[in-house]
Write a protein that binds this ligand. Structure first.
Ligand code: THU
Length: 130
């Protein structure tokens, strides 16, 4: 199983009746295992969750806290870009050199590291001395 196949498959399960924009995400943990998530929208719009958040939650629920690769896919004209909140969520569990592949069903792909996606990330170091 590849990250691309895993994210493409789980995207089908997205609950996106409000945006009609289905997203799939897959992360590979340091164990090598792949965890997946899809966006889950809610009629109370702010309660919806992103695909990346679902994949990270699945990884943590399985007892893993380090991701070494991530991929996100949507049926968009350009590679789908993780939202700001998801960049922070990914950075919680991935090092700056972790590569995030952003792609589309038509395989229009781009790659960026977590450090590139979230420059100046808020980290535990900012709370030192508290
Ligand atoms: N969405 C994701 O799940 N991940 C992204 O990286 C971008 C946006 C979802 C949130 C919402 O359900 C829909 O896409 C439209 O914003």
């Amino acid at each position: 199983m590849t990250l691309l196949k895993a994210a493409t498959d789980v995207r089908e399960n997205a609950h996106a009746p409000y945006s009609n924009f289905k997203v799939g995400a897959a992360v590979r943990a340091v164990s090598g295992k792949i965890y997946v998530g899809c966006n889950v929208e809610n009629v109370a719009y702010p309660e919806g969750t992103c695909a990346e958040a679902g994949a990270i939650a699945a990884m943590v629920a399985a007892g893993e806290t380090e991701l070494i690769e991530a991929l996100v896919i949507a049926d968009s004209p350009m590679p789908v870009s993780p939202c700001g909140g998801c960049r922070q969520k990914l950075a919680e569990f991935g090092a700056g050199n972790v590569v995030v592949t952003m792609t589309t069903l038509a395989q229009n792909s781009a790659e960026m590291t977590l450090a590139e996606l979230l420059p100046g990330a808020f980290t535990a170091e900012h709370m030192e001395g508290q």
